[in-house]
Ligand binder design. Sequence first.
Ligand SMILES: Nc1nc2c(c(=O)[nH]1)N[C@H]1C(S)=C(S)[C@@H](COP(=O)(O)OP(=O)(O)OC[C@H]3O[C@@H](n4cnc5c(=O)[nH]c(N)nc54)[C@H](O)[C@@H]3O)O[C@H]1N2
Ligand SMILES: Nc1nc2c(c(=O)[nH]1)N[C@H]1C(S)=C(S)[C@@H](COP(=O)(O)OP(=O)(O)OC[C@H]3O[C@@H](n4cnc5c(=O)[nH]c(N)nc54)[C@H](O)[C@@H]3O)O[C@H]1N2
Ligand code: SF4
Ligand SMILES: [Mo]
Length: 710
Amino acid sequence: MTAATTTVRAACPQDCPDTCAMLVNVDENGRAVNVAGDPDHPYTNGGLCVKVNNYLDRVYDPGRVLFPLRRTGPKGSGRFERITWEAAVAEIAEKFTAIAAEHGPEAIMPVSYLGTQGILNGLNVGDPFFAKLGATVAERTYCDSGSCTAYAMTIGDTAGVDPESLVHSKFILVWACNIMSTNLHLWPYIAKARKNGAKVVVVDPIRSRTAAAADQHIAIRPGTDGALALSMAHVIIAEGLTDQDYIDRYTVGFPEFAERVERYTPEWAETETGVPAETIRTLAREYATAQPSVIRIGVAVERHAGGGQTVRALSCLPGLVGAWRKPGGGILQLPLWAFPVNWGAFMHPEMLTPGTRVINQYTLGAALAGDLPEGPPLKALMVYNSNPVVTTPDQDRLIEGLKREDLFTVVSEQFMTDTADYADIVLPATTQLEQSDIMFSWGHLYITYNHQAIEALGEAVPNTELFRRLAAAMGFDDPVFQRTDEEMIAEAFDWSHPNMEGITVESLKEKGWQRLTVPGPDEYAPHAEGNFPTPSGKAEFVSAAAAGGNFVVPLFRQGSNDHQPGQPVDPLPHYIAPRESAATNPELAARYPLNLLTPKSHAFLNSSFGNHDFHRQVASEHSLVIHPDDAASRGIEEGAPVRVFNDRGTFTVVATVQDTVPRGVVVSPMGGWRKNSKASATLATVNPTVFGDLGNAPTFSDTLVDVEIA
Ligand SMILES: Nc1nc2c(c(=O)[nH]1)N[C@H]1C(S)=C(S)[C@@H](COP(=O)(O)OP(=O)(O)OC[C@H]3O[C@@H](n4cnc5c(=O)[nH]c(N)nc54)[C@H](O)[C@@H]3O)O[C@H]1N2
Ligand SMILES: Nc1nc2c(c(=O)[nH]1)N[C@H]1C(S)=C(S)[C@@H](COP(=O)(O)OP(=O)(O)OC[C@H]3O[C@@H](n4cnc5c(=O)[nH]c(N)nc54)[C@H](O)[C@@H]3O)O[C@H]1N2
Ligand code: SF4
Ligand SMILES: [Mo]
């Protein structure tokens, strides 16, 4: 770097557990010239990843949306003209006001998720605006909602294990998590534990990059994880491998749980999971006796009919064997819960009108088609931080809905995504280098500060400013809509929380990142003596919260938990088989014999980066990995274009013939854009909109298809 450059401390904004600390070099003309990882950051250790190494190419991409646009061609044609911010905001306010007057404000719905996960500009940035408007409440159970419900039902909203403590683990069970692609910076800790003698086992239907790097790969049948977890409990109890002292002191409901799992023998589990009974026995023995043992669950563990109960069972295992006693023992889900984020200051649930209609974003296609729970038809959508055309199931219906001439759609974006193509108004959004923010993490215990490094390009604005402008245009003058970014940063955390001792806005600004004030990774064992944030204060095999029925954690629901109590849930963990499988739906399986998995792409971040040439080259063409036998019986050769289909839809991709997937399973990584696809459709056309058992989680892995040469 030349002497004239300055270095700015920043944070990767992506929806990724690693939340890397970044250093941005800016030249004397105010142009960012380099982005790198901060070598001093203990967890991320100076590395970024293949997605973000070239972040400047995204920031300065000629395809950036830099000015407000109004549609001039038919919806989806991508024809727009430039307009001023004043005109754009005035038109939105006029349309929202007219629609609310004619149909009621519930005819308007926000659609958003985690394009950026900063506390200011991320999940909740629009919540007060839509609450004030009285718009339909958007339920955003995109990711980990079912898992969070199940985890909370069992051990409460605890941070669980510190990922850095994994160096102390003696047995690491990676369950439905492709760490090498999705949680890269965790691997060095696992590698270190392994050097110290730990065994690493991966449970995944496919030989992922992570499974290939492990000591053992257990190739389970998709969606049958609950059977394996419950059967492990069966073996542990039957063989007397429990930590009875831990059970007696710090858990509730053990006798009932023990009785429940009697039925889940390894022989039974073998028929469900395809994993040999002897392998299950060995796994259970090793997991129980090599202490401390840890289970790292991926978000993917929830993506089938019984995903919630799977996480219930998995969350019970550490209590059974006393894994919580030592650092590096327990379960690692989302350490997010350790951050005292002042969610209320961003969600403002008190501004919601009780009884407001709730629509789950996964059902947007159906909702636009008029298949609504109650209330008026949807007449306006406001999309930000999300690209639902690619990330939501029922793609064909969603496109039909977005084409509706009577629907007014606003999209705030950095790029002309597949969703932005259907907008009436597109608004330009800044990237992380052009905005200030402050970040929690769902993969480690550090807060990270993001200083604005460069001036906003064109007329792009951060999401905070977008909603300030919209609120002003609507005449909303509550103090919450007047807050500056500085004021929001000051409200981001409960600064008096014990985990924030010695952490202030000033110290964060200066240092860039700080670890929460919790014991270090060599001491971090929050449940060595129970202290679970559950009603009983113990790990609950019999869950008091489950007895109250299914629920969605308010974080995933615009702050609202105002709903009819969900279906009653059996308070003991139990097995729920996949919906779409040969065992549960033989008729469907006869027509569609292959189980489709749609995991994360190595080179994309959900659909973000799906427009950049470099990332597309790394990800290669939209592909489908198929076992050589399944390929041969269909006459499919490597590189052949193939059609993947079921009753819901069809998409076309290129075949990759490999035995990394078992017979009967095909894999197509998600995130590729529809406009780059072979037949104007991506895998979201075939995924079901049906929810799993808990937390309204999606069931992407519970999808049967067939494949033929295109
Ligand atoms: N089939 C299948 N579908 C899935 C999944 C799967 O595994 N399989 N996974 C699900 C999961 S876990 C998730 S989290 C969701 C993710 O779904 P989404 O959150 O919709 O993720 P992205 O597709 O990355 O869309 C984020 C968009 O926000 C934009 N953006 C980024 N920063 C900003 C900003 O500051 N302001 C504004 N206005 N926009 C910004 C980006 O350009 C991008 O287009 O997808 C879900 N969908
Ligand atoms: N490179 C990259 N990194 C990402 C993202 C990205 O898009 N790309 N997205 C981020 C987001 S939003 C999220 S939620 C996380 C998700 O991170 P992960 O939870 O790791 O998500 P996936 O890659 O979807 O799935 C992980 C593994 O689960 C397996 N799997 C699928 N179904 C089942 C099943 O029924 N049982 C079992 N045992 N395994 C199953 C898949 O084969 C896959 O190898 O990654 C984050 N990091
Ligand atoms: S996407 Fe994840 S791994 Fe990559 S730089 Fe961002 S936080 Fe780090
Ligand atoms: Mo996610």
